[in-house]
Every structure is written in C-alpha cells, then in structure tokens.
Design a protein. Structure first.
Length: 161
C-alpha cells in the first residue's frame, strides 16, 4: 500500500487492554488501517468516536457501559461509521440487538488475528460479516415457527377405479 493511499480510521473499544493491543498490532501490520483511538468503556467509545470520526468502530459487547449501548449512540450520531462488534458473546440476543443498532459486522474474539484485518476490510467494503456458526442462528430466528406464506403441495390423489 502506498503512503498516499487511504487508510481506514478505526476506533477500538474493549475493556481488556491486551485484546486492544492484539487488535491494534494486527491492524497496523496489515497497513490498510489506522487506529485513531482506543478506549475501555462505552462512554469513552462514544466520546472518542465523536472526537475522531472513525470510519469503523470495533466495539466489545460486554465492556463497561455496554458495547451495544455505545453502538446505538454512535450509530445515531455518526451514521456513516461502520459498527462492528468484537465479542465473546455468541448469544442470539446480543447478535440481534447489534444488528438492530446498525451493526455492519459481528465477530467473535477467537477470530484468528491474521484473519481480522481481512474481515474488517470486507465490512468496510460493504459486506456484512459474521462467523458461519452464527448464520444458522440467524436463519432459525428468521424462519421462526410461523407458517410459511406458500401453500404446501399435497400428495396427488389417486382415483379409485
């Protein structure tokens, strides 16, 4: 990547400092990203987002103050920022609240750090990204237990001769 090329500005918000450091190193090694701010709680994430205007906000669901609350607030105030949850939570509720808040991605913290920049780049380019194992959860919830809109096809009747 040339020095003149645009680098995506990223906010990292996670209460676990070693996780922030790992993520920062992974993104800096990649070269397409510039970590513009780091914080350990939701209030700090909102404040940093408003100050720095990142293009991508990487938020921990379970940080103090709540990453989902931060996502709602940042999304309302900076609608162009892409919101990505980086979390240990694979709970449906967290996933769907993140989606409702405008989340552009939902990644689990066990993601290979070499894969993380590629996933974030895909998100920045407009591809919603989430682990395959969570896709099944989404499909189940969306299908629900409701009857299908189409009528079922009955087995053909046989005529008595």
């Amino acid at each position: 990547m040339s020095a003149a090329a645009h680098r995506v500005r990223v906010l990292i918000a996670d209460d676990h400092e070693p996780t922030r450091a790992d993520v920062r190193r992974a993104l800096e090694r990649d070269g397409r990203f510039d970590v513009c701010a780091e914080t350990g709680d939701a209030a700090g994430a909102v404040e940093a987002a408003l100050r720095e205007r990142p293009e991508l906000c990487l938020l921990d669901v379970r940080m103090p103050g709540g990453g989902l609350a931060a996502a709602w607030e940042i999304g309302a105030r900076l609608p162009s920022a892409k919101l990505v949850m980086l979390t240990v939570s694979d709970e449906d509720r967290d996933l769907f609240v993140a989606l409702a808040a405008g989340g552009a991605g939902y990644l689990l913290k066990d993601i290979d750090r070499r894969r993380l920049p590629h996933a974030l780049w895909d998100i920045q380019q407009g591809t919603f990204t989430m682990p395959r194992e969570l896709m099944g959860h989404v499909a189940e919830v969306l299908r629900g237990g409701e009857p299908r809109w189409r009528r079922s096809v009955e087995a053909p009747c046989t005529r008595a001769s």
